[in-house]
Design a protein around this ligand. Structure first.
Ligand code: GLA
Length: 683
């Protein structure tokens, strides 16, 4: 029976007869003599792998000369992989156009913002706007889909590989002009929205508008550049998606692997037509910040609000930071379980075996160049064994969320374009808010601003800088209907052309808040503040808030002496309808942020799934189909006490004398469902 899109919610693939969790690796059969394949695949089986991703950089092997295709090696590689029990994900090779193409048709090459064309030799050297390039990319994707679209061993497709860098050549410029025309309709509307009277920027027609991403340009133009790259990448992906869908079994999924906070395009929009989100999780530092990495997973899960694939993750170390230290023993397994806890239905390592040459010879691998296991092999195989045991429990489950946070690309870009304080990094600010909420609730959904929010008792938007009139309407309905909306500093300042709202912050949300921001201040040193939940400090940014409505409560004030901010309100809250809106006007330092988060969660009855005394211990749960899987991970170097949940069966990991060992994991199964947004503790 062919599955429907709904089956994709919480299962690695749409094939009913395939494992619900994929575990495997990127494999490059084209790097090795064929007689070696069997041995490599046998090692994969020993590593408990069930999946390989193939071909995403193999264009020059699949089409060695223009229009001359050779897929026989790939037929044999897929067949060999499936003999060893591997599901196959096929990558289209468009991240690496071959030399015959770039030499004969240099117009396919990317042009940077200064007009310099890329040269051949690396990857991603193509232009996302080139019609000719799209024709070639579509053709190879189509050939692959014709050949493998009904191959039952192929469970899905990855389009391209980590798309991102835009191009600025004449074709891009042409697309830019028609994009703007479509967005604004008339040049007068554009002039009005961008306020082009400023510095005599008035345009007579769309053809006059420069294609720029950086520099002293109108903020409306710079934000629209991001809208343009979103539209162009979406369309670029669609080109191959159409080619694949025309020939592929509907059970084969189509995805593209992305890079979490990558600022190149709006990931929500790009994923609208793809079946699932997948991403590449690398940690550059051997001392991972587990909460920040958890936020990365939650962000990616929010792209489609569905379980996702970890299409790549490191087998130990990376090769692109000054000191590429390996993760400590146990941390690769920890990262694997963390991904699963946050909603990954697949984990694939990059890469399987050290390539003999090429730009990434020193990367962490599962096998060495000699084809025998690297020291990390056993840890990966152990994780694979555990996942296999846990699969029946994990099947058809999704992460349990207690609350939500909003991440909005327009707001992030608008802030990045005009930080006012060099340290106002919107991702850092988001993560600072996320941290205590994740610790306290053990389940935070990260969502776009237009998501359905009514299931979440608490929704936090750390810096919702850009708010449109329709966003404001939806948020108001959420609050009036009983939700608690918390806005962070710099919220409600801009519209989606990056222009200031004519009223003060929070712009169209001002009537709902019954208050406004009198003035904002970039801080060169922290200011103190005191509130209903104790005293603390704010740094980088602070706003002076002014209540207007009578029922506005002041939750915190800046202390005296703080210059302009002396005794001024810093945090306000107001009951509205059946819900509440709170505005936090300052970037609170960790202590105070945590106390505020705890108060807000307590007010909404949000508690942990399983309480723990250590911030090194990450607890999270997946639930569905009448069962719940609770995953506890000790990310620290010391054992930590762990109370086993009542009525639970341990299905993986160890608890020794009531403690979770350093870098240890324990996984429990409980035979009942836990609703995704239920509030209180369940165990
Ligand atoms: C990315 C790419 C891979 C490889 C890894 C190594 O995720 O997709 O091809 O280069 O990085 O960091």
């Amino acid at each position: 029976m062919k599955g429907s899109a709904a089956d994709m919610n919480a299962r690695a693939t749409r094939f009913a007869d395939r494992p619900p969790i994929a575990f495997g690796t990127a494999w490059y059969p084209e790097h090795w003599p064929e007689e070696r394949w069997e041995k490599d695949l046998a090692w994969m089986e020993k590593a408990n792998f069930n999946t390989v991703r193939i071909a995403e950089f193999a264009w020059s092997t699949m089409e060695p000369r223009e229009g001359e295709f050779d897929f026989e090696w790939l037929d044999r590689a897929i067949a060999a992989a499936s003999r060893h029990g591997m599901m196959v994900v096929l990558g289209t090779p468009s991240a690496a156009p071959p030399a015959w193409m770039t030499q004969r048709y240099p117009d396919v090459l990317r042009v940077d913002e200064d007009g310099v064309r890329a040269t051949h030799g690396g990857r991603r050297h193509f232009s996302f706007a080139s019609e000719r390039y799209r024709m070639f990319a579509r053709r190879i994707a189509e050939k692959m889909a014709e050949r493998y679209g009904d191959n039952p061993n192929v469970v899905g497709w990855q389009i391209d590989n980590e798309i991102g860098p835009p191009s600025f050549g004449p074709e891009a410029e042409e697309r830019w002009h028609s994009f703007l025309e479509q967005r604004y309709g008339t040049i007068d509307t554009l002039n009005e929205r961008w306020a082009t009277e400023y510095w005599s920027q008035h345009y007579n027609n769309f053809g006059q508008i420069p294609l720029r991403a950086t520099g002293q340009h109108n903020p409306g133009l710079l934000l629209d550049f991001k809208h343009f790259t979103t539209a162009t990448w979406t369309d670029y992906v669609q080109n191959q998606l159409d080619a694949i869908r025309a020939h592929a079994d509907p059970r084969q999924f189509v995805t593209t692997n992305t890079m979490f906070w990558n600022a190149g395009f709006d990931h929500y929009e790009l994923h609208e037509r793809l079946d699932l989100a997948s991403w590449d999780n690398y940690i550059q530092d051997a001392d991972p910040d587990w909460i920040a990495n958890g936020a990365n997973h939650d962000l990616v899960r929010g792209y489609k609000q569905r379980n996702f694939w970890l299409m790549e993750t490191q087998a130990g170390r990376v090769d692109w930071v000054p000191i590429n230290r390996a993760l400590a023993p146990g941390q690769v397994r920890e990262m694997g379980w963390q991904a699963v806890q946050h909603g990954a239905d697949a984990i694939l390592y990059w890469e399987f075996r050290a390539a003999r040459n090429g730009q990434e010879t020193y990367y962490g691998t599962v096998l060495g160049q000699d084809g025998t296991p690297a020291p990390i092999f056993n840890e990966i195989a152990k994780l694979g064994g555990e996942l296999r045991e846990a699969m029946p429990a994990l099947a058809d489950t999704e992460p349990v969320y207690r609350m939500a946070m909003l991440f909005d690309y327009d707001s992030r870009w608008a802030l990045d374009l005009q930080r006012l304080h060099e340290d106002f990094d919107p991702i850092r600010e988001f993560t600072d808010f996320y941290r205590p909420f994740r610790l306290g609730s053990q389940g935070v959904a990260v969502l776009p601003v237009d998501a359905e929010l009514s299931a979440y008792p608490l929704v936090v938007a750390p810096a919702l800088n850009v708010v449109t009139a329709s966003d404001a309407e939806r948020l108001e309905a959420y609050v009036r209907g009983g939700g608690h909306l918390v806005l962070g500093p710099r919220s409600g300042m801009k519209d989606d052309a990056n222009a200031l709202w004519p009223q003060r912050q929070p712009g169209p949300l001002e009537p709902l808040l019954g208050a406004q921001v009198e003035q904002f201040y970039a801080l060169d040193q922290p200011v103190k503040l005191t509130g209903a939940f104790g005293a603390g400090e704010a740094a980088i940014w602070a706003e002076w808030l002014s209540p207007e409505a009578e029922d506005v409560e002041v939750l915190a004030r800046y202390d005296d002496p703080a210059g302009w901010l002396d005794k001024k309100p810093a945090i306000l809250s107001r009951p509205v309808g059946r819900g509440r809106i709170t505005y936090v006007g300052a970037w609170l330092q960790p202590d105070m942020m945590r106390r505020l988060a705890e108060k807000l969660m307590a007010d909404e009855g949000i508690g942990p799934i399983l309480s723990t005394d250590s911030d090194d211990v990450e607890i999270g749960a997946r639930s569905g189909a009448g069962k719940t899987v609770l995953i506890a991970i000790n990310h620290g170097d010391e054992p930590q006490p762990l109370r086993s949940p009542v009525g639970a069966e341990r299905i993986a990991g160890t608890v020794t004398n009531g403690a979770l060992p350093a870098h240890g994991v324990a996984v429990f199964r409980v035979d009942r469902d836990m609703l995704s947004t239920s509030k209180g503790a369940t165990h």
